[in-house]
Design a protein. Structure first.
Length: 241
């Protein structure tokens, strides 16, 4: 069998190998994320069902606390942390070259890009676990809260998907400009936020049903992510090889 054959089931796939090692390296951060936000989701969810706490609040502020704040607060941190801690291809390869358990001691640009994009995609989905817990606690009482969560709340969820995935594409593409990581993250965050707010306003003005609008946001986010993946592969192939 050739040395670079990865068809052997005893060896992990390149993407699987990257995801395993990245998760292991960030295990403490992921653990602290869930340790922090799952209890927070439960507390916020229960608090929205207590009239003594909610009655004094104006309706617009209450809606933000129920529909806006939990979605952004619980969904953004984990993908942002992993995005910030991710390394360029050559840097990651150099760090792990002596640890590779695959028979081939390197990942191609395409394999590495696929793995990094897949990581953010998967952890974006996983990061909604605390939000699901929050919503489950919030809908225990009151059909009005339940209706808002499954309309406006779901729409907010779709916009967050779009924001994270657009930011992911921008960060991985503009990483090749050699800008400082913190500055790059900040610029890409606000660029994605402005695009998200524009898309949100457009869909709201068109009076598209919330569920369909959420699906549109998520789909556009996936399209941007796919385009970003293709551009990043091309850039890595030019820079690394």
């Amino acid at each position: 069998m050739p040395e670079n054959n990865l068809e052997n089931p005893n060896y992990p796939s390149p993407a699987g190998y990257y995801l395993f090692n990245s998760t292991r390296a960030n295990a403490k951060l992921i653990y602290y994320y869930f340790l922090t936000f799952i209890p927070m989701g439960i507390v916020l969810g229960i608090a929205t069902t207590i009239p003594l706490l909610t009655d004094p609040l104006p309706e617009h502020l209450l809606n933000k606390l129920i529909l806006d704040v939990p979605v952004w607060l619980m969904a953004l941190p984990l993908p942002l942390i992993l995005l910030f801690r991710s390394k360029p291809h050559k840097e990651w390869q150099e760090t792990h070259k002596n640890e590779m358990e695959c028979p081939r001691k390197s990942l191609t640009a395409k394999e590495f890009t696929t793995a990094t994009y897949l990581e953010i995609f998967l952890f974006t989905i996983i990061s909604f676990v605390p939000l699901i817990i929050n919503w489950s606690a919030a809908i225990t009482e009151g059909s009005s809260i339940r209706e808002k969560l499954f309309t406006i709340g779901v729409f907010n969820l779709g916009t967050v998907f779009f924001h994270i995935w657009m930011m992911t594409a921008l960060v991985f593409i503009f990483r090749f400009t050699k800008a400082r990581r913190a500055i790059l993250m900040l610029l890409c965050f606000f660029a994605s936020l402005l695009a998200t707010m524009g898309l949100q306003s457009l869909l709201t003005s068109l009076e598209i049903p919330y569920a369909i609008a959420a699906a549109i946001c998520a789909l556009l986010g996936l399209i941007v992510l796919r385009i970003g993946w293709a551009i990043t592969v091309r850039l890595y192939e030019k820079v690394d090889f």
